[in-house]
Design a protein around this ligand. Structure first.
Ligand code: UDP
Length: 256
């Protein structure tokens, strides 16, 4: 059997040609990068956990009517997705000040924002993904006004839904990043949620202790990165209470 054709390799994922036209296989790597790939590491088991957490989120978002690229999980590291044309905008929703917003605006990390704030970043590694406004996005035709409206309303629905879901398991959703794509169906085009939703792309703090359960553990050298991701998976009921360390890599009858 020949290996599937690779379509694209990103920092944490690889996309392969799917089994049918219009589908792709999304493979989750263990690679972690930060600060525009200046900092790199391999974190054993991260890909497995992100595959499962992203599956969990996308499946639930489908059930509340947020269209997305997820079709089904194939194995411990791969999922079948719909092929879309990625819109070159990262949409960030923030509930609490942190990260680049705190640095840029001098708002203390942890300060509750007066309301949820949506920000846009232009996906361009060479430029370090600069923050942009709606004006830039439509003027440079990165997305149409309709696509922009769709992205904002879906991102806010994702925020409402995930805030509640995480709060129920003792986790505060500080902020997150999502990406969208154009799904071509005949002569129709639809905007759908794409990429992944995982602790790589969210800030998640324990409600009681404030402990970080996300990629900031890697960015800030706090250690225990995959353990924190496993804790998120455990609280969401994706992995069993008792599962630890290497056992996580074997869950769900995965090939050894
Ligand atoms: N984020 C992401 N990918 C990026 C940049 C940010 O997933 O390339 C996520 C990040 O994990 C956080 C949110 O978007 O949940 C806001 O990130 P921020 O702008 O504060 O950037 P950072 O501090 O990570 O540089």
């Amino acid at each position: 059997m020949s290996r599937k054709r690779m379509i694209y390799e990103g920092k944490a994922k690889i996309l392969y040609e799917g089994p049918e036209p219009g589908t792709l296989v999304q493979y989750f790597k263990d690679d972690a990068t930060a600060f525009n790939a200046e900092k790199k590491a391999i974190l054993d088991g991260k890909g497995v956990l992100n595959n499962r957490i992203s599956e969990f989120m996308m499946t639930r978002l489908t059930s509340i009517g947020v269209p997305n690229h997820f079709i089904r999980r194939l194995n411990m590291r791969e999922q079948l997705i719909r092929e879309v044309e990625i819109i070159p905008i990262e949409v960030v929703v923030r509930n609490v000040a942190a990260g680049s917003m705190s640095t840029r605006l001098g708002v203390e990390e942890g300060e509750q924002l007066p309301r949820s704030i949506v920000e846009f970043y232009y996906k361009k590694d060479e430029l370090g993904d600069p923050i942009v406004t709606e004006e830039h996005i439509t003027a440079f035709n990165w997305a149409t006004t309709q696509e922009l409206d769709d992205m904002i309303s879906m991102a806010l629905r994702v925020n409402d839904f995930m805030s509640g879901l995480f709060a129920a398991v003792g986790i505060r959703l500080i902020d997150f990043k999502v990406e969208f794509g154009r799904l071509y169906e005949g002569d129709m085009v639809r905007t759908i949620l794409a990429d992944e939703i995982s602790p790589d792309s969210c800030r998640l703090w324990d409600i009681e202790s404030g402990e970080k359960l996300d990629k900031d553990r890697f960015r800030r050298d706090l250690g225990g990165v995959t353990e924190a991701y496993a804790e998120v998976a455990r609280r969401l009921g994706i992995i069993k209470e008792s599962q630890q360390g290497a056992e996580i890599l074997d869950f769900n009858g995965a090939p050894k």
